[in-house]
Write a protein that binds this ligand. Sequence first.
Ligand code: CTP
Ligand code: MG
Length: 223
Amino acid sequence: MRVVALVPAAGMGVRLGENKPKAFVHVGGSPMLTRAVQGLIDSGSVDDVVVMVPAELVAETRALLPVSSVPVRVVAGGAERTDSVRAGLAAAPDATLVLVHDAARALTPPALISRVVDELRAGAQAVVPALPVTDTIKSVDATGAVTGTPDRSGLRAIQTPQGFDAELLRAAYAVGTQATDDAGLVEMLGATVHTVLGDALAFKITTPLDLVLANTLAARRDT
Ligand code: CTP
Ligand code: MG
């Protein structure tokens, strides 16, 4: 079984506000992309990595990537995250299992990556890391008035890497609809998506506050 990790890193990082594509923003002295790829390699669970970056950054990205026995390739991403993942899938025709892992989850522990791959190897077709939600979640209408309070015990916050049987993910992407994550596309095909326990350290660095937290955590980890 060939496990290929696709790393979407072509986003602009508008919410972070650092005036450069987010995957190239440094956390504890290294670009988020470099850290995310190193985590995949350190898991020992991945055979091949494909990173998707803004087209104009493909050449310079190569110098940022860790050198190891795991080959890491760089391809151009697209305008939306789904376009970037589609480009990565096209570059990995030999994959039997695919992980999709946001570069922005730069501090993801390698053990979480291995948990996802182990679940796939045990026969699951789709696997996502999940954490219980700690806030109460409410639905609201267009005016902001609350319309409901779903039972929190049945809700999970979903992280990456998300893992899939490669053929299933290709079929999901062939349909061409939109979803906020890759598993959402697979759910639309009626496939069962399994959860494994996520990890708070796999949080997505999205806002300036997240970056402060990530830098603090990286400084601790690297000493
Ligand atoms: N991503 C991508 N291609 C896009 C958009 C996003 O590869 N066209 C990647 C990002 O680089 C990131 C991951 O998908 O690693 C999750 O996206 P997000 O956190 O939304 O990152 P950005 O799109 O960069 O941030 P923002 O939405 O604030 O601009
Ligand atoms: Mg985005």
